[in-house]
Design a binder for this molecule. Structure first.
Ligand SMILES: Nc1ncnc2c1ncn2[C@@H]1O[C@H](COP(=O)(O)OP(=O)(O)OP(=O)(O)O)[C@@H](O)[C@H]1O
Length: 542
């Protein structure tokens, strides 16, 4: 007979002690307690939490009235404007799944996403009206309800839908009694990967994971209540790393921003007393290299960075500017960052560069992730914690996606022996911190030795004339492969390939130094990542 614990008897979950986790409840709570507090700042527009929650409920109710059913997809293509934030609540409050579409894609890619996601409603920011109109026609989605956002601050665009977002809200009911998911495993959102390494895949998040990662962001960053968060990280990317829901839980302020440029960023940091923002290392690099007169603020600002390895030199420059960097790591498949370089006070006394080197390690699991390991991908045996032996990075826990939409083979392939396989290669340090060395496709094998492209890039970023750099493998008869560096110089700089190679040789093992250097701008993906597959082709031809 099955053993029954004394705790099993009559202690079942009931409505008094169990509620499916969802991040939607954060907006309800914050609006109830702080209705008069600011929720949104955008140009001259100001919205309190009371007004914002009212708009969310009305939009949700209007979607239901329009016949949207639980589990159907509502897509939105928008910059980081207030409606994009509201949609993160309004759409799942209606029971639908929110699909945020990358705004930098072309009509063909958007058409693929809208039809793969079977979008029933498409909400469009005027900046993207032309490309979305073409995509809708390509996809033949003539039955979808297309809703135009009106943004008076944006010059251009046109109406392509049958109603505006505000008209939709006007149809809705302010007393709409929305209910959370019956099951916390229900889908809340659908995010397509950017296809850096292949075709975009539709990553499905559940309410439970979104709730947990949103809360984890607060812990990871030690965010004080009512933080003032600047929207530099696209909300279309992994739902802005779950930050719309984090800001609601934090009763914070969304400082919205359409275009990510240094000037408005520094201006908003100063004028809106921004306390937190997120961005890929490429955004940090842009800010670090901006003219000094823009960097006119004196209060404490924190930035969270992920998406690619932040070169230690970029971290050091940001911190010298008075912006504290938190380095995190993750994938679309893990709700954005789920690993953090948790900081230790004992490292405070290191000098700036050594501190930055510590901070450029990816780190340890965040509070929402159950487990993290670096292991042999064939046997799943963890590698020794020696900071040397390379393995693949695996994660598991509640902040790993449900799977890829309508793609069972890719889903199965990514889940190995109870773990999610990241496709990233790294090492485990003796103190339990992981350090990413490369994507498995990017590692360079020269004369039988592994060379981490990230390590070489890190040295290149320390060269004072270098603005951006990327390193890929170049086929070589003698060595198999050699590192080939692509370098974009700062304006007005004049250095030769021999200078760059000599600099690298002085700062790292000689065999790791690039043998070839090619100057010029670097090709980037729609999420600002350097397209190494294009560089590999160029290296082969060079
Ligand atoms: N802190 C970090 N340091 C180094 N690399 C990082 C960091 N954070 C993220 N990455 C890289 O970004 C990848 C996740 O990116 P994302 O989920 O946005 O997909 P993608 O690369 O843009 O697209 P696709 O999965 O389609 O190739 C990780 O696997 C890792 O290679």
């Amino acid at each position: 007979m099955k053993h029954q614990s004394i705790y099993d008897v009559s202690l079942d979950a009931n409505p008094a002690n169990y509620e499916a986790l969802t991040p939607l409840s954060f907006a309800k709570r914050t609006a109830h307690i702080y209705p008069e507090y600011p929720a949104i700042v955008y140009g001259d527009r100001r919205q309190t939490w009371g007004e914002t929650y009212d708009r969310m409920k009305r939009a949700a109710s209007a979607l239901v009235k329009r016949g949207i059913k639980k589990g159907e997809t509502v897509s939105i293509i928008a910059a980081n404007i207030p409606e994009m934030f509201e949609a993160h609540f309004a759409v799942p409050m209606s029971g639908a799944v929110l699909n945020t579409v990358n705004t930098r894609l072309d009509a063909e890619a958007i058409s693929f996403i809208l039809s793969h996601a079977e979008a029933k409603v498409i909400i469009v920011d005027p900046e993207f009206s032309d490309v979305v109109d073409r995509a809708i026609h390509m996809a033949g989605l003539t039955d979808a309800l297309v809703v135009d956002i009106i943004d008076d601050t944006f010059d251009g665009g046109r109406k392509i839908g049958s109603m505006t977002y505000d008209e939709l809200i006007a149809e809705g009911d302010t007393d709409f009694d929305w209910s959370g998911p019956a099951n916390e495993w229900d889908a809340i959102s659908l995010n397509y990967t950017s296809g850096t390494t292949g075709n975009p895949k539709g990553v499905v998040y559940h309410h439970r994971g979104a709730h947990l990662n949103a809360m984890s962001n607060i812990v990871t960053w030690g965010m004080q209540q009512h933080s003032r968060y600047l929207w530099t990280l696209p909300m279309f990317h992994c739902n802005g790393w779950c930050f719309p829901w984090t800001i609601a839980a934090n009763a914070g302020v969304c400082v919205c921003l359409r275009a990510v440029r240094a000037e408005p960023i520094f201006q908003l940091i100063r004028d809106q007393q921004v306390t937190h923002f997120c961005g890929a290392p490429i955004v940090l690099n842009m800010l670090a290299n901006a003219p000094d007169e823009l960097k006119d603020f004196s209060h404490q600002v924190k930035v969270m960075t992920a998406g690619a390895s932040p070169p230690a030199a970029v971290i050091a420059k940001m911190e010298a500017m008075g912006v504290e960097v938190t380095h995190v790591y993750g994938l679309t498949e893990t709700y954005g960052p789920s690993v953090v370089c948790a900081w230790k006070e004992t490292w405070d006394d290191l000098d700036g560069d050594d501190k930055a080197v510590k901070k450029s390690r990816q780190g340890v699991k965040n509070v929402a992730l159950d487990d993290l390991m670096v292991a042999n991908p064939d046997t799943l045996a963890p590698v020794p914690s020696d900071g040397q032996t390379m393995g693949e990075i695996f994660m598991r826990g509640n902040v790993v996606m449900k799977g890829y939409l309508k793609n069972p083979s890719a889903t199965e392939e990514s889940f190995k022996g109870g773990w999610f396989a990241s496709g990233d290669l790294g090492v485990m340090h003796p103190d339990g911190y992981i350090e990413l060395k490369d994507r498995s496709k990017d590692i360079i094998i020269s004369g039988g030795e592994n060379i981490s492209s990230i390590e070489v890039e890190d040295v290149l970023y320390r060269h004072p004339a270098v603005m951006e750099a990327a390193v890929v493998a170049k086929p070589d008869e003698k060595w198999g492969e050699t590192p080939c560096a692509f370098v974009d110089l700062k304006p007005g700089q004049d250095v030769t390939d021999a200078d760059i190679i000599a600099f690298c040789r002085d700062h790292m093992a000689r065999f790791k130094a690039p043998k070839t250097v090619i100057f010029g701008p670097l090709p980037k993906t729609s999420t600002g990542k350097i397209q190494k597959f294009i560089l590999r082709d160029r290296a082969r031809e060079a």
